[in-house]
Design a protein around this ligand. Structure first.
Ligand SMILES: *Cc1c(COP(=O)(O)O)cnc(C)c1O
Length: 493
């Protein structure tokens, strides 16, 4: 157990009788008499007794133990950790938005509905889709929603034989997981040595039992699937629908549209491409778009524009999936995405992809003499190394990732995609300056040199982070999430 980490618990600062709050005087005795006695507590809760400066310092210090895109470069491949402009937060925090209640009558929230409708339209334009739902809370949630839409489509045609979904072996783990949750069996399709989908293998697996083919384009090794017109043709001829995992939409923004490539259903991760916060697992948003003809299978509620120009919210309808989330989704996340789109405008949006692609190729070319590049470039917005070229040092991708933390960078994505043993997936995004990219390149070259000259310093990294070598397995099997668990664990050692 890493005592240093736990020493900082707020309970450890507690002293009986000390306090840093002052509650308003209680002057509503009638309310008290109405509370059922079995709901009243007899003892005071056991809370830390601390003064205000201690609380402030505790939480401020905790916040500096974290690494975020506001503290440094975060090249986490597949996650598009671009900078989130503060203007987005400012708009989302505006009182007229932040204080809305979801049950407010429609005529009192027309502005908010218009914002929502504008985002539905903007994403439809960017994706080349007929309509979008903004309800889902994450990319994975969007995948599930999209697959349920596909299921509803096949069932509406009384086609119940389609029980399987095809997923490439380079796909994100959420693809097969979502297919399973939606009730489908997963069939894997292979990648060619250049990282793109093997069309022959795909064709051999298509048939009347396939409901959908899920694709990511550019894929998770940063390669554009150039056979997409053929893939779209064979998938549709087989009666299946083509699903677009939009996690990698960033390099395509304003340049190519999934709808034009033949995709029927897609999701977008707003916390990736559209600069909303990733926020430690939430809140996020994974809007789902569909081509014309599939709109009626989308979940509700959605916002629509009435003939008189005002906005309404449709609720359940017979053909829709019903609800996939509470209310309209993560509204303040959606606002941030629209703020981002409007700030950039059509011209700015089209510059995002080329810049992200340039930055990725810049890093890739500056490091490929030291790190093994299994798929030669050029890449799109991200690329994958297979560890160091020199395997004799025994330095693994995990070691490299940990050493980067010492040098002030968040680690890239490691051991994904599963196509290579030592995957190290780097995605710089378009928001980083040349100087930042150069400093990162220096750090990666330093590690390559250390691996040859002083491998121990890399193997034992990180040396200067607040937590050093947490036991991932132990933390997953026996998480310590309460103070009493902490005391139990700590005292038993
Ligand atoms: C991030 C990601 C997902 C899942 O999205 P979440 O928003 O994290 O649920 C799916 N596919 C790919 C390729 C991704 O990078």
């Amino acid at each position: 157990m890493n005592r240093n980490l736990y020493d900082k618990l707020i309970f450890d600062h507690s002293h009986p009788g000390r306090k840093g709050y002052d509650l308003p005087r209680y002057d509503w005795p009638e309310a008290m008499s109405k509370l059922p006695s079995e709901l009243m507590r007899s003892d005071a809760p056991q809370l830390p007794e601390v003064d205000e400066p201690t609380v402030v310092r505790h939480y401020t210090n905790q916040s500096t133990n974290n690494f975020g895109v506001d503290t440094g470069f975060y090249p986490l491949g597949s996650c598009t950790m671009k900078y989130n402009p503060k203007l987005n937060d400012k708009l989302a925090a505006n009182d007229t938005i932040a204080r809305l209640h979801p049950r407010q009558p429609e005529d009192t929230v027309q502005g908010a509905l218009e914002i929502y409708w504008n985002l539905q339209r903007a994403l439809s334009e960017i994706g080349g889709m007929a309509e979008f739902t903004l309800n889902p809370f994450a990319g994975a949630h969007g995948e599930l929603t999209g697959l349920l839409v596909i299921k509803a489509y096949h069932e509406s045609r009384a086609d119940f034989a389609r029980t399987k979904v095809i997923v490439p072996d380079s796909a994100h783990g959420t693809n097969p997981a979502s297919a399973h949750v939606a009730g489908y069996e997963v069939v894997e399709v292979k990648s060619l040595p250049d990282g793109t989908v093997d069309v022959d293998d795909l064709c051999s697996k298509l048939g009347p039992d396939i409901a959908a083919v899920m694709m990511t384009n550019p894929n998770t090794v940063g390669m554009f699937e150039k056979n997409i017109p053929t893939i779209s043709k064979v998938v549709h001829e087989a009666g299946a629908l083509l699903y677009y995992d939009g996690a990698n939409l960033n390099p395509m923004l304003g340049i190519a549209r999934p709808g034009d490539m033949g995709f029927d259903v897609m999701h977008i991760n707003l916390h990736k491409t559209f600069s909303t916060p990733h926020g430690g697992g939430g809140p996020g948003a994974g809007p789902v778009g569909v081509r014309a003809g599939l709109e009626q299978f989308l979940p509700n509620p959605r916002v629509y524009k009435k003939e008189d120009g005002t906005f309404g919210v449709n609720d359940y309808s017979d053909s829709a999936l019903g609800r996939i989330s509470s209310w309209l989704g993560n509204y303040t996340v959606l606002i941030r995405a629209l703020a981002y789109i409007m700030t950039l405008g059509a011209e700015g949006i089209a510059e995002v992809g080329p810049l992200a692609t340039l930055n990725a190729n810049y890093i890739m070319n500056a490091l490929k003499d030291k790190y093994l590049l299994p798929i030669p470039g050029p890449c799109k917005h991200e690329f994958v190394f297979d560890g160091l070229i020199d395997k004799s040092t025994g330095i693994t991708t995990l070691n490299i990732a940990k050493r980067l933390l010492d040098l002030g960078f968040h680690a890239p994505t490691i051991y994904f995609p599963l196509l290579f043993h030592e995957s190290l997936m780097i995605e710089p995004t378009e928001t980083e300056s040349r100087e930042t990219l150069d400093t990162f390149i220096d750090a990666m070259r330093t590690i390559a040199r250390e691996a040859a000259e002083n491998p121990d310093v890399v193997k034992t990294a990180p040396h200067n982070t607040p937590a050093r070598h947490p036991d991932d397995t132990e933390a997953a099997l026996h998480p310590v999430v309460t103070y009493s668990q902490y005391l139990e664990k700590f005292e038993s050692e």
